[in-house]
Structures are given as structure tokens and as C-alpha cells.
Design a binder for this molecule. Structure first.
Ligand code: URP
Ligand code: ZN
Ligand code: ZN
Length: 475
């Protein structure tokens, strides 16, 4: 199969060039100026990208498909979730396999393999949530690297569920330092938060907005500080997931300025949604936006701080933390967000985003002039691929890279509106009404067109498992 993309503007994290792209055997094999080659001879497919951007497929390194959580299951499984990702220009996901208490890391990995294998529209890898730190799971952290699992998430939140105490976290960090792997941290002081939640419910403060109010910024920044302190002591790299508070990002920046291997991601929901406009909506509507870390008060200035951190490089990745639950009861999954009607502590945490990230970040980042198109590519594709050992196979357009490519039309536009312009197994979008001044024309996954003119033309099982290498962002 010889595929040629002609007349397009190729955009990577480093450059923007007018060039044609030659694809053979699922890989990019040449990039060259129009007229300088004879690639069209014998081509099986020619894509004319005149007036369009040719960009790397998105890499979303924080998704949760088919995760049991909050008394129910995340509504997207690997089939529906990866298809939604493909519609939104994302061609690689790294999901979280879970080691539950009393079980092994190997068992968690195999369970997640079974969920994903043969079901994915795009390529996928796994991080491992370590839910039970003990002598044998520490050994298993080293062994699972052979399967391409090189990053491990720990929780300072959710006591009694996925929570690890400081000793457990420190031991896991020492193990990661030994193995060259990366610790991912859900940094919130879950013990203090649980006290605040209980007290709020006792006072009758049960609306969704109290989810945000009982997880104030200091509960995030304190945990980030503690995570960094423990990581420095252990000599391990730490990557803080889903950062939302400016005080927390300031902790990260301070540590990076000291030359530590600490990294951070934020997600589109923290850059666009607020307690004032979303979580405080009348009735129960705010439950749609309940996630942890929480959506913050716009009036406190978190959003502009996060945008600046992305522009400056203090945050390196935009992922989604896609963990969606139906707002209204679903025929198959039953009650989801509404489990928490009358008690915000029972609202399943998380929201959808795997489909919207690529477009929403282009609109609010590039079209709004916050950063250039190369930084956008870096944040949604190249940076995440480097952070989690997938570069340059994923996250760029270069000779030898997988031909994961999006043909992106900056002349077209559309508006997010559920159910018409979303494709996951979910009944709302967090970006309802948002206009996007661009449109995905085509998505190629390893050279195969899987989205064409807004239609899914791939098949379940196209996606392959990715064995990942080590963090490539270490200093
Ligand atoms: O609200 C969230 N973030 N749900 C998913 C689980 C997690 O903590 O990442
Ligand atoms: Zn988390
Ligand atoms: Zn998550």
C-alpha cells in the first residue's frame, strides 16, 4: 500500500512546512516538497490536503474505559471510547489498568488486556494503577515493564478505595527510581477532603457544587508538595495528573526550577469549566461536571494560570481523564450521575472528553491566540508521546513514525452539541455550544483511513497494543 498526502501543510511540534507525505507499510517513509518526487506513480491512495493541515494524530495518555468506579462502570468501553477518540482526531490512548486490593499487578494487566484486545479502533497502551503496595506488588512493578507498562499511578485521594499512605507511596517511588519508571500521582489530600465532605453533608450541603467546595485548592497543592518531596527523596520522576489549582501548579513550577524530574498535565475541563458557570447550575445539572481534582472557581484565576503554564512549558501535557457517566439513567448501565442526587458524595467522579480534546484545545489554544499551532501539537501529541515512551513512533510526523495522521481543515467549522456531534456512549458533552473553527476531514491510523468526512470507516480491532518505553522527558 502506497499512500500519498499531497499539497498539505505539515505541522509538528517543531515546524510548519508545505510538504507531501509518503506512507508505506503503515509508516511515514518520506516527507518532501511537491514536485520533488514521483510518489504518485503506483500510489493506491492519494489524499489532496490543499488548504489543510496535516498533523500527528492525538495522543491521550489519561483515559478510563470500562473502569468500575463510584458504584457503577464508566460508560465507554474500549470499543466505544476508542471510536469516539478516533472521531476526535486521537489515534493513541494510554488507559489505566487497575491492580485492586488483594490482587496482583499481573492480574490487573491481564484483565485490562482482555477488555481492550480486539475491541479498539486505535492503538492503545496501559499505565498501571497500584491499588495495593506490598512486597510482592513492588517486585511486580519491575516485572511488568517487560510488557511495556512503564508508569504507575498512585492515589493520595479516595481513602478506603485506591488510596495509598505516604509510606506506601514512598516505597513505590523507591521502586520506580530503581527501575527507571515513572510514578503518576493523583495529588489531593484525601483524608482531609473526607472530613470536609462528611461535615458538609451533615450541614445539609448536598448539591453538586459542594464537591468542588470540599476539595479546596490547598488540598491539591499540599498533596503536590508532598508528592514532590517524597519523589525527590526517593529519586524518582513524578508526573502529577489532572492538575487544576494554580497553587498546585506553582508547587510544580518551583520544583522544576530546582531541576527536579517532575511533570504535570492538565485537562480541557479545567481550562474551560468553572464552579460558577457549570458545577453550580440549578437542580442537579452540575453533576455533569463533578470530577476530581474538581472544577475550580473561575473568580480565583485558575484557568488563566493553567493556560500560561501550558504556554511556558510548566505543564507539559493536556490529556482528558476521560471517565464518563450518563447524566440521565441509561437503559443498560442504569443510574450513573444521578446516583448522587441528594448527596454529592455519591456522584461518580469524571466526565467525557476523549473526543473533544483535540478540537477544543485547537480552538481555545490556537484560534484564540494563546499559543501557536506547534505548541498545540506538542501538548496533545508529541509531549505525551515523549512522556510515556512512545516517541517518535507516535506523536509526530517523521520518517519512520507510524502514519497516524489527521487532515485538519481550518476553513470549516462546527459546534459541539449532544447527541449530534458526539460519538461516545454518553448523553452529554462538557463543551455544549462551543464553536470550533476547524474540522477533521480524515484520520489515518497506521496509514489506514478510519475517519472519512465525519464517518467512521475503520473496524473494531484495528488498534494494537503498544509496549511503551521509558519516560523520554527526563532531565
Ligand atoms: O474524576 C475523576 N478524575 N475520575 C477518574 C478517576 C481519576 O481519579 O482519575
Ligand atoms: Zn485521578
Ligand atoms: Zn483519571
Amino acid at each position: 500500500m502506497r499512500i500519498v498526502i499531497i499539497n498539505g501543510t505539515v505541522v509538528t511540534a517543531d515546524q510548519t512546512i508545505e510538504a507531501d507525505v509518503l506512507i508505506e507499510d503503515q509508516k511515514v517513509v518520506a516527507i518532501g516538497a511537491a514536485g520533488s518526487h514521483n510518489w504518485l506513480e503506483g500510489a493506491s491512495q492519494v489524499i489532496d490536503a490543499r488548504g489543510k493541515y496535516v498533523v500527528p494524530g492525538g495522543v491521550d495518555v489519561h483515559t478510563h474505559f470500562e473502569l468500575p468506579f463510584g458504584g457503577t462502570f464508566v460508560s465507554d468501553n474500549f470499543e466505544t471510547g476508542t471510536r469516539a477518540a478516533a472521531f476526535g482526531g486521537t489515534t493513541t490512548v494510554v488507559d489505566f489498568a487497575v491492580q485492586v486490593k488483594g490482587e496482583t499487578i499481573r492480574a490487573g494487566y491481564e484483565t485490562w488486556m482482555r477488555k481492550a484486545e480486539g475491541n479498539c479502533a486505535i492503538d492503545y497502551g496501559f499505565h498501571m494503577i497500584v491499588g495495593d503496595v506490598n512486597d510482592s506488588s513492588l517486585k511486580e512493578m519491575a516485572a511488568i515493564v517487560d510488557e511495556g507498562v512503564t508508569s504507575f499511578k498512585l492515589f493520595m485521594a479516595y481513602p478506603g478505595v485506591l488510596y495509598s499512605d505516604d509510606g506506601e507511596i514512598f516505597r513505590a517511588m523507591q521502586q520506580a527510581a530503581n527501575d527507571g519508571t515513572t510514578i503518576m500521582m493523583h495529588a489531593e489530600n484525601g483524608i482531609a477532603i473526607d472530613v470536609l465532605r462528611e461535615q458538609a453533608v451533615q450541614r445539609g450541603e448536598t448539591d453538586p457544587k459542594y464537591h468542588s467546595i470540599t476539595r479546596p485548592p490547598s488540598t491539591e497543592s499540599e498533596a503536590v508538595h508532598r508528592a514532590i518531596t517524597l519523589a525527590e527523596l526517593a529519586g524518582a520522576p513524578v508526573y502529577i495528573v489532572h492538575m487544576s489549582a494554580k497553587e498546585a501548579v506553582a508547587e510544580l513550577t518551583h520544583a522544576r526550577d530546582r531541576g527536579l524530574n517532575v511533570f504535570g498535565e492538565t485537562c480541557p475541563q479545567y481550562l474551560h469549566l468553572s464552579v460558577e458557570d457549570h458545577v453550580s447550575l440549578p437542580g442537579f445539572e452540575g453533576a455533569k461536571y463533578v470530577c476530581s481534582t474538581p472544577i475550580r472557581f473561575a473568580g480565583e484565576g485558575h484557568q488563566e494560570y493553567l493556560w500560561n503554564a501550558l504556554t511556558r512549558g510548566d505543564l507539559q501535557v493536556v490529556s482528558t481523564d476521560h471517565a464518563c457517566f450518563f447524566y440521565d439513567d441509561d437503559e443498560k448501565l442504569g443510574r450513573q450521575k444521578r446516583l448522587g442526587e441528594g448527596n454529592f458524595t455519591l456522584i461518580p467522579n469524571g466526565l467525557p472528553g476523549v473526543e473533544e480534546r483535540f478540537n477544543v484545545m485547537y480552538q481555545s489554544g490556537v484560534v484564540s491566540g494563546r499559543f501557536d499551532i506547534n505548541r498545540w501539537v506538542d501538548l496533545i501529541a508529541t509531549g505525551p508521546a515523549k512522556m510515556f515512551g512512545l516517541y517518535p513512533r507516535k506523536g509526530t510526523i517523521a520518517v519512520g513514525s507510524d502514519a497516524d495522521i489527521v487532515i485538519y481543515d481550518p476553513q470549516a467549522s462546527f459546534t459541539y452539541s449532544a447527541p449530534d456531534t458526539i460519538h461516545g456512549n454518553i448523553d452529554y458533552t462538557a463543551y455544549e455550544g462551543m464553536e470550533i473553527n476547524a474540522k477533521i476531514d480524515q484520520v489515518l491510523s497506521r496509514g489506514k483511513t478510519i475517519i472519512d468526512g465525519g464517518r467512521y470507516v475503520g473496524s473494531k480491532g484495528d488498534g494494537s497494543y503498544l509496549k511503551r518505553g521509558m519516560n523520554q522527558m527526563l532531565i
